[in-house]
Write a protein that binds this ligand. Structure first.
Ligand code: MG
Length: 412
């Protein structure tokens, strides 16, 4: 995020806001971030107008929320869901579209704000389309940055787009960074809750079930990110995300385990000042910050009662019990397409774990094996384009599937 771009955008935004409503497009509207965004928009009637909404295949849910917020266009990613969407929108005047191009079209429609909340690599093309027309992109799709971060940030800067981080840790860093000049930042610290297995022994983690992994102590989120939080891969992906969003060096990004999830991120300035952002673990806080930026709106999240919380604790992440965080760091150091491979392998592995075909410790094992094999096959090259990043993603998924049976047998 270049300070100059953000400052220019700030002036532009204030002019537009003075004139009335903000137009918003919501990509990935039926997920958890989508639901929180819709909740905020409904509380601020008159402040936001919804241009377009998209979902992967939940046609009925998408149609219902398109009607609710009065969107002009609704798109489903899966062609097969078109008929259902079209029928559910009959008589409303809301246009329906289907397929990847329709989701890209949703991103290209003239909304000032685009909330990029599609899960996984599927979010890459539409999110980039929004950035390339110079929109203000509130980015919740971390895979866009992990798979093609260099490319995405370059194109966004060229188009004069503003990228606002929705991910709670990065939103915290973004807020804390405004306390000083970018060049005076010495390092950033991402906090991690440690997930449901923070205090478990290696033997207990080995026997962890799906139900146990889905019980996040603090946050209520989608299944994929909940499992990523249990392995700490989520924090690894967030280190890569921070690297691209704030143009940091890998060794300027630290991770600390903070079980209460009250502090979401900290920025250390050269004079030794550490600026933190605190708040309840409720995604409506960072989403509200992005939707209202550079202003603020009323948020419905519970207020912190510091005396009741009483204690904030911190510990170093244990890379022996949670090897996924170390794998992500190694992928970032390796650079090129290694983070793309890491992300693809992890998505496949988490999918297998969710369908109970792979044990919990099989997830990092599969990712590690895929990274090693990908390097031998030349898949860790720097993606030259979005198509190339998606090709690396696809080839990595195939590679992961080849490696899965042997690792699943060992890790069960
Ligand atoms: Mg996060």
């Amino acid at each position: 995020m270049k300070a100059k771009t953000a400052a220019k955008a700030r002036v532009k935004v204030q002019d537009e806001v003075a004139g009335g409503e903000r137009s918003v497009t919501l990509l990935g509207a039926t997920g958890s971030i989508g639901a929180s965004t819709i909740d905020l928009i409904k509380r601020e009637r008159g402040r936001y107008r919804v241009e377009a909404v998209s979902a992967n295949n939940s046609a009925a849910a998408l149609a219902a929320l398109a009607r609710e917020v009065g969107a002009r266009f609704a798109a489903v990613g899966e062609q097969a869901a078109y008929r259902e969407l079209k029928d559910a929108l009959a008589g409303t005047g809301i246009e329906a579209g289907a397929g990847e191009d329709a989701v890209v079209e949703a991103a290209q429609r003239p909304a000032q704000w685009v909330i990029g909340a599609i899960t996984g690599a599927a979010g890459l093309r539409p999110t980039l389309a929004a950035a390339e027309r110079g929109a203000i992109v509130a980015l919740a799709n971390k895979e866009t940055l992990v798979c093609a971060g260099g490319l995405f940030m370059r194109r966004a800067a060229q188009a004069g787009a503003t990228v606002l981080p929705v991910d709670s840790e990065h939103n915290a860093l973004f807020q804390a960074m405004s306390a000083g000049r970018r060049k005076d930042v010495r390092r950033v610290i991402l906090t991690a809750s440690g997930g449901p297995f923070r205090t478990w022994t290696a033997a207990q983690i080995r026997a962890a079930t799906l139900e146990q992994a889905l019980k996040h102590p603090n946050w209520s989120m989608g299944q994929k990110v909940t499992i990523d939080s249990a392995t700490l891969m989520n924090k690894g992906l967030e280190v890569i995300e921070a690297y691209h969003l704030f143009a940091l060096k890998p060794d300027e990004i630290d991770v600390v385990v903070h079980a209460q999830s009250v502090i979401h991120g900290l920025v250390e300035f050269r004079d030794g000042s550490l600026i933190a952002q605190l708040g309840s673990p409720d995604m409506r806080i960072p989403i509200a910050h992005c939707l209202a930026w550079p202003e603020r709106i009323d948020g419905p999240a519970a207020r912190l009662d510091l005396a009741q919380i009483a204690t904030l604790s911190f510990e170093r992440p244990d890379l022996a019990r949670f090897p996924a965080l170390g794998l992500a760091r190694r992928a970032l150091e390796a650079g090129g397409g290694a983070p793309t491979v890491l992300n693809a392998a992890n998505e496949v592995a988490v999918g297998e774990f969710l369908s109970k075909k792979l044990g919990f410790i099989g997830i990092p094992a599969v990712v590690e094996a895929t990274l090693a094999a990908a390097e031998r096959r030349g898949l860790t090259r720097e993606p030259a384009s979005v198509d190339d990043a998606l090709a690396i993603d696809q080839e990595s998924r195939l590679l992961t599937r080849e490696l899965l049976p042997e690792i699943a047998a060992k890790a069960s």
